[in-house]
Ligand binder design. Structure first.
Ligand SMILES: N[C@@H](CCC(=O)N[C@@H](CS)C(=O)NCC(=O)O)C(=O)O
Length: 205
């Protein structure tokens, strides 16, 4: 198997975490986002939208991080990351959708304004950061309530819903907004549980 991506990209991390959780290895090819390599003809042939990650399993090629993670879980039976129990499955899908719809946009705004923009010489727009912080604070409060009564988002089993949320909390830490996690006791306890897993630790070696 081959994975083309960038280790700091949240989308690449979703696949790296899935591989690690399932005890799988893929040859990793670094696509330098800072140099715009994701827009090169070579990479666009793998991922026509010009983003990472892209994935190959022998002569089978695919892209879209969440689809790749589901493919890996369907192909390899060990350490299942998609629950078989129907209500846990429903909850997993609910939280994946909530992460995509409500967590991703404000966290990406914070990333662009506080980390990537300044790396490119752009000034942080503090007004945009403040608005994004207000939005993500509310969203995290909703996740926090859910985690009051369970260990993981889908229930008592770790699942893709946890994996797909983790990289966004990693971004908050990188952007020095980790206080947003600490404000919410159940979310914070969940974060301690998932971020001490070997799969997350390996991303940060
Ligand atoms: N829905 C896609 C999103 C891919 C995506 O937006 N990747 C980002 C990194 S997380 C990227 O390559 N950004 C570079 C760019 O937009 O040029 C997936 O989940 O794979």
């Amino acid at each position: 198997m081959k994975l083309y991506g960038h280790p700091y990209s949240s989308c690449t991390q979703k696949v790296l975490l899935t591989l690690a959780e399932k005890g799988l290895k893929a040859d990793f090819t670094f696509v330098d986002l800072a140099k715009g390599e994701q827009k090169s003809p070579q990479h666009m042939a793998r991922q026509p939208f010009g983003v990472v990650p892209a994935f190959e399993d022998d002569d089978f090629r695919m892209y879209e991080s969440q689809a790749i993670a589901r493919y890996l879980d369907a192909k390899y039976p060990q350490n299942k990351l998609i629950p078989g129990q129907i209500q846990a499955l429903g909850k997993m899908e609910q939280w994946i959708s909530a992460t995509n719809s409500y967590v991703n946009p404000p966290v990406i705004t914070i990333l662009m304004q506080k980390v990537l923009g300044p790396m490119r010489g752009q000034q942080t727009n503090q007004e945009k950061v403040n608005q994004a912080i207000q939005k993500i604070r509310f969203v995290l409060s909703v996740f926090d309530k859910e985690l009051l009564s369970k260990s993981y988002l889908a229930g008592e089993e770790f699942s893709l819903a946890d994996i797909f949320l983790m990289p966004y909390l990693g971004i908050l830490l990188t952007a020095k907004e980790g206080h947003l996690i600490e404000e919410f006791p159940s979310l914070n306890a969940w974060w301690k549980r998932v971020s001490t897993r070997p799969s997350w630790q390996r991303l940060h070696q």
